[in-house]
Design a protein around this ligand. Structure first.
Ligand code: C5P
Length: 395
């Protein structure tokens, strides 16, 4: 079991610290927790100790005749440290190497990876002092996870930059620290989500793709050390932390963005549900409603995967295909035509694997018609197996 030390600072978001601890433990890690004196104004000692499954460490437990200096003991114990509800004050202390309480003294004593999940008011986050301290900490290899923009807890603030990442996202980042880095140095280009083919400025043809499959591949690749670019159609799920997202709408925009990053990539995964057709003419003004039947002329979109397949080089190319019948045969034909290494075939009609769900059931289909059936599993697990398969083909 990996050992994660959580340091809790005084910020309104400290009340989420027990959830952070719980989520980290759910990833299979053991946790210990230090809280600053003022953090305990926002969250109770019992909530923290019961969520961590261990005693709570505070200034009061810093030195004891039995345990000695706790900062050295905790620093030796930890395999990763995450500072949550990280305040501007605590960042400043750490950046200066101050060690006047148990948390800061421990931070100065660790040699393991350190992550920061800041939570503060927008003005404090944007202050040059905070920026300078962040840069200093980063120069020592500390990793910042968030903050993000959103609702802030403080009075009258409303929305703004400075919101702490959600406990699940923090736990996900912590998990990445321990994942085997078998994709380190690899560059993964992923297309995700639907495309929108506008008929006029306010109407478009699209599909219900959620982007979840592509984002799961991105998260898995990031956790294994890859660099990731996602070319994404319009989706409503948050981008995986650490990825670069290139937002696009139409198939033509997606093609251009994929081509821009193709040279850079080692592996391309096309999970996007690209619209097969676009309007022959995109009207520049909103079309008035008319009572008669209308006919819209559509022209085929270019096949992005096939176009990339033509200049594949040493890259590994993976596509997705949805079929309702003769799946393996049709997918093998697509893998051949598009010059893909394999196609992940899925069936929209199968239970639990429809658009937008968290699970998928795929069959890897190879150009020679051989295939590997997988059972239903989470999209993240599909992503893991997909990347394993792709890795075997990478030079
Ligand atoms: O031919 P079909 O649309 O079933 O192929 C699906 C695969 O091809 C997916 O990987 C999809 O992202 C990709 N595709 C594409 N450009 C298109 C249509 C599909 O890259 N215009």
């Amino acid at each position: 079991m990996h050992r994660v030390l959580v340091i809790v600072c005084a910020s309104v978001a400290a009340m989420k610290a027990p959830f952070v601890l719980r989520r980290i433990r759910e990833t299979g890690c053991e946790t210990r927790v230090i809280a600053s004196d003022s953090a305990l104004n926002f969250v109770t000692p019992l909530a923290l100790s019961s969520a961590s499954g261990n005693e709570l460490y505070t200034r009061g437990s810093w030195f004891s005749p039995q345990a000695g200096a706790q900062h050295l003991e905790l620093a030796h114990w930890a395999e990763a440290v995450v500072v949550v509800a990280a305040s501007a004050d605590f960042m400043a202390k750490a950046a200066l190497g101050l060690a006047d309480d148990l948390g800061s003294a421990t931070l100065l004593s660790v040699r393991c990876p350190v992550m920061w999940a800041p939570a503060m008011n927008t003005a404090m986050w944007e202050h040059p002092a905070t920026g300078a301290h962040k840069a200093k900490l980063q120069s020592w290899g500390h990793q910042f996870i968030g903050p993000t923009s959103g609702k802030l807890g403080t009075r009258g603030e409303g929305e703004g930059m400075g919101r702490m990442l959600e406990p699940e996202e923090i736990a996900e980042q912590v998990k990445r620290v321990f994942a085997p880095k078998d994709l380190a140095g690899k560059k993964v280009l992923i297309s995700a989500g639907p495309t929108r083919e506008y008929l006029d400025p306010v109407r478009f043809v699209s599909n219900p793709s959620s982007g979840k499959m592509g984002f799961a591949v991105a998260e898995e690749a990031l956790s294994r050390g890859a660099e990731v670019v996602i070319v994404s159609g319009p989706v409503s799920i948050p981008a995986p932390a650490g990825s670069k997202v290139v937002p696009v709408e139409s198939a033509l925009q997606m093609k251009a963005a994929m081509e821009d990053h193709f040279e850079w990539s080692d592996l391309v995964v096309m999970t996007a549900a690209v619209a097969d057709y676009r309007a022959a003419e995109q009207k520049h003004e909103k079309q008035a409603k008319i009572s008669e039947q209308v006919t819209i002329e559509m022209v085929p979109n270019p096949d992005i995967l096939a176009a990339l397949g033509q200049k594949k080089g040493n890259r590994v190319l993976v596509g997705f295909a949805m079929e309702t019948h003769a799946g393996v045969e049709r997918a093998a034909g697509k893998a051949q035509r598009k010059n893909a290494d394999f196609i992940c075939l899925n069936y929209p009609t199968r239970e639990g694997t429809s658009f937008g769900g968290d699970d998928n059931q795929v069959t890897f289909v190879f150009p020679d018609g051989t295939f590997q059936d997988l059972p239903r599993m989470s999209k993240r697990e599909v992503a893991r197996l997909l990347l394993n398969e792709a890795m075997q083909r990478m030079q």
